[in-house]
Design a protein around this ligand. Structure first.
Ligand code: 5GP
Length: 128
């Protein structure tokens, strides 16, 4: 039974394939808990995705199912990657899309790190 409104984990999703090395990515960091790589269609001068190594569909799934060590290791990697990208001084945005209303396209939990310019309003238009 999936934790969220999304289907169960699909091992054929594009990030699972990147983790297995079947699809190339521009890697910026890898450790026991996380892989970080540049987004293929960047929305800001710096746009990096951080994904857990485990099979989690979404934030809902990850936050409910991952072990404490995995959760800590993953979020430490998010902070570390942003620091290594040189974004801390000027700031950055870290965000995740969850499910249909969040606009999640890839069903493997991921955090977007966006920066390199002043990003402006959080949403393009007010939510309807
Ligand atoms: P979501 O909408 O699920 O939060 O974000 C998915 C992100 O994955 C998008 O920003 C999209 O550009 C990125 N993406 C989709 N396919 C690939 C891929 O094959 N390689 C990389 N590096 N990024 C991808």
């Amino acid at each position: 039974m999936p934790v969220s409104g999304l289907p169960p984990y699909d091992d054929g999703n594009v990030f699972a394939r990147i983790l297995r090395g079947e699809i190339p990515s521009r890697k910026v960091h890898e450790d026991e808990y996380a892989l970080a790589f540049h987004d293929i269609a960047p929305q800001a001068p710096v746009h990096v995705l951080v994904i857990p190594k485990g099979r989690y569909v979404s934030l809902a799934d990850f936050s409910a199912q991952a072990g404490a060590e995995e959760v800590a290791g993953f979020w430490r990697a998010v902070g570390l990657v942003a620091r290594q990208l040189g974004l801390e001084q000027q700031g950055y945005r870290a965000m995740t899309n969850m499910g249909h209303d969040g606009g999640q396209e890839v069903p493997h939990f991921h955090v977007h790190i966006l920066g390199g310019k002043r990003l402006g309003a959080m949403l393009v238009a007010p939510a309807a």
